[in-house]
Design a protein around this ligand. Sequence first.
Ligand SMILES: [Zn+2]
Ligand SMILES: [Zn+2]
Length: 251
Amino acid sequence: METSADLLPFPKPGFAQRAFSGLFDLLYPPHCFHCAQPLPDGPNKYLCDRCFKTVRILKGESCPRCAHPGKSPTGEDCQFCRTRTLRFDAAVAAVEFGDASRAIIHALKYHGNMPAARLLGGWLAAALNDHPMRDSNLIIPVPLHRSRLAHRGFNQALLIAGTLSATVNKPLHDGNLRRIRHTETQTRMSVAKREENVKGAFSLRKPVLVAGRSIILVDDVMTTGATMSECARILKAAGARSVLAVVAARA
Ligand SMILES: [Zn+2]
Ligand SMILES: [Zn+2]
């Protein structure tokens, strides 16, 4: 893993962490993230079979340009991004944002649930597995503004990106791309309003570290893509060769 004095490397799960996670499972037997029913022993430690069946895995079933869920994965047919200028080169979403995936993302985002981060990071690794841009060589999470980070205590995108980094064995840089302006919650905004809202909200502390690199930009959810597009614009302005936007869930 690459490190730099000013950048925070994300630790890989070590023996102690794995042992602790085993102990945690013993003390608190796993429950389904969505319906909360106890889960039997088995490979699926996060969702019961019934809830897992409702998760729509998007592999091969989303727009390659913006990851919008759709039957035919051809950029030209996508109603969503046809009229947009998106600054990333391609986008991948592991799953469609639905009831069960929302429950997992909320467990991570509002409760810092690490098993949820590992699940989502694992899904991302699987989604990237045969992507044409899978050789991209540097993982960067979408940053939170320091006031939101202080309030929440962690950046959910970093937690997902950390699992992805450990799984696919690619370096992760956190702390270089920064959110320098606090932005309003975008939930009720139109696409145009969201693009305006995030304009100039990001900067790079050390632009030279992304020059010539192929970036995997990671976030938990993509709705309109405005935030990731603005991050990609900053990365490209600093000389990044390409930016692949990767999210756990696509709304
Ligand atoms: Zn369930
Ligand atoms: Zn699209």
